[in-house]
Ligand binder design. Structure first.
Ligand code: FAD
Ligand code: NAD
Ligand code: ISD
Length: 435
């Protein structure tokens, strides 16, 4: 059996939801019946960041439909009903198992062929598995990953069945740090294990990391750094102990794994040009095949601000903006959409803390504010600027006000000149926030 659509979005995550809204805004009623979204997930697109935050609260956690896209950008809540009303077909719970870019067809796991004129690939990324690092045990009943709502439900279930127990968190990146905070809130004892020298080492400097590590330590979290879990002991389907490389055993009632993500490119390998682990696109989010666009985590796109360097950014703001840009480009082939001009933006919220980062963490880091952790009840404000070729290339700020976040974003966007680094060191945040 086959179906045909003018536009197909492959993947039903954040980027798909924002693309759908942009599509309807641009096409209005003319959109009816033109677009379909195919997703392996059983629910309409939702704001994935909620899964490691509000979803894991011990009481009153966020639940669908409250966090379908596009509420994360303070925009409309798109329920399954919204898609129906706007004539967008949501094909849910359906995995695409092959794609033929030359023939413009997709085949689903139940053997259905879907023809498209234009395809937007929004397949996102998947969580790396322990087995990829030679450790078995991912299938144990108390080992949790966190990529989608099914994973989040398992994590909630396992947390609730381990009150007061020990959680081993493997990985000190975004998932590890956000889940560790949620586990503490659920009264579970947490040990975080990762091979790096400090947490969040893709983004943080050692000084920034030390603040968060001290804060977490004050909440009872133990850090084991510079090593890895080499095996998991499983009994009756449950992990009981995590063994470190040096043989040290760590008792475990549950394990949370956050050891990185891999872009879902497999369907297009050998058909589209790949770069940075993702699908290479131009400034219009168009791939090496003119009928195929790629957005969100899976897309490696040129960042004008970095001289057109291709980046693949695994963050929600990027998914939203690249999705909207692709739809603008697809619906106006005259090129009026122009090339995307994106300011990279990442954020996180843990415990009572909240930070934002803009730009690139390249060059010399100049810290400001009070990085010395004193008490978890204080409201810290600190950060760093990254200075590259005499300009501010990146900025991180914990505990900022909306105006201060705006100011650091603006400084990065305009590449504020830093003729004298000593002045930046002296003035810190005041360098960009003028009265
Ligand atoms: P996704 O949202 O991952 O969506 C991909 C979709 O494609 C999924 O529905 C998937 O099932 C589907 N799919 C894939 N392959 C197929 C196939 N073959 N057939 C059918 N469907 C397929 N970023 C931030 O900036 N701040 C945060 O606080 C933050 N928190 C996060 C918390 C968690 C738990 C996670 C996992 C990520 C978080 N992120 C955060 C990252 C952010 O959510 C991602 O960057 C964003 O979701 C990427 O959007 P996407 O649409 O490209 O991919
Ligand atoms: P990550 O890349 O942020 O962190 C991976 C961590 O795992 C690092 O600390 C790394 O040192 C560690 N690691 C690597 N191999 C290991 C091993 N064998 N044993 C132990 N540790 C190992 O990836 P993540 O935290 O898994 O996040 C997955 C995805 O979700 C990413 O795309 C991330 O951007 C996204 N995410 C983003 C946010 C946010 O932006 N606030 C929040 C949650 C998730
Ligand atoms: O997606 C990301 C992310 O989480 C980072 O820290 O891109 C950056 C790079 O890895 C560093 O700039």
């Amino acid at each position: 059996m086959s179906r045909a659509f003018t536009y197909v979005i492959l993947g039903g995550g954040v980027a798909a939801g924002y693309a759908a809204l942009e599509f309807v805004r641009r096409r209005g009623d003319a959109a009816l019946g033109e677009l379909c979204i195919i997703s392996e997930e059983a629910v309409a697109p939702y704001e994935r960041p909620a899964l490691s935050k509000g979803y894991l609260l011990p009481e009153g956690g966020a639940r669908l439909p409250a966090f379908h896209t596009c509420v994360g950008a303070n925009d409309q809540l798109l329920t399954a009903e919204w898609y129906r009303e706007h004539g967008i077909e949501l094909i849910l719970g359906t995995k695409v198992i092959s794609a033929d870019v030359r023939r413009k067809t997709l085949v689903t796991s139940i053997g259905k062929t879907i023809n498209y004129k234009t395809l937007i690939v929004a397949t996102g990324a998947r969580a790396s598995k322990l087995e990829e690092f030679g450790v078995s045990g991912s299938d144990a009943e108390n080992v949790c990953y966190l990529r989608n709502i099914v994973d989040a439900d398992k994590l909630v279930r396992v947390m609730r069945s381990s009150p007061g127990g020990n959680a081993i968190v493997i990985g000190g990146g975004y998932i590890g740090m956000e889940c560790a905070a949620a586990l503490v809130a659920n009264k579970i004892k947490v040990t975080i294990v990762f091979p790096g020298k400090y947490c969040m080492d893709r983004l943080f400097t050692q000084k920034i990391a030390e603040f968060y590590e001290n804060y977490y330590t004050s909440k009872g979290v133990t850090f084991i750094k510079g090593t890895a879990v080499s095996s998991l002991e499983v009994s009756s389907g449950m992990v009981t102990t995590a063994i470190l490389r040096d043989g040290r055993p760590l008792p475990a009632d549950m394990v949370v794994v956050g050891i990185g993500a891999r872009a879902n490119t497999a369907l297009f390998e050998g058909q589209l040009t790949l770069e940075k682990g993702g699908i290479k696109v131009n400034g219009q989010m168009q791939t090496s095949d003119a009928s195929v666009y790629a957005v969100g985590d899976v897309a490696a796109f040129p960042v004008k601000l970095f001289g057109g360097d291709a980046r693949r950014l695994e963050h929600v703001d990027c998914a939203r903006r690249t999705a909207r840009h692709a739809v603008a480009a697809v619906l106006d082939p005259t090129g009026a959409a122009g090339d995307i001009d994106y300011l990279p933006f990442f954020y996180s919220r843990v415990f009572a803390l909240s930070w934002r980062f803009y730009g690139d963490n390249a060059g010399e880091a100049v810290h400001f504010g009070d990085l010395g952790f004193s008490s978890a009840s204080s409201t810290p404000k600190f950060g760093a600027f990254w200075v590259s070729s005499g300009r501010i290339a990146g900025a991180f700020l914990e505990g900022g006000s909306p105006e201060e976040y705006e100011a650091i974003a603006h400084a990065v966007r305009r590449g504020a000149a830093v003729p004298d680094v000593a002045q930046l060191v002296r003035e810190g945040l005041a360098f960009v926030v003028r009265e």
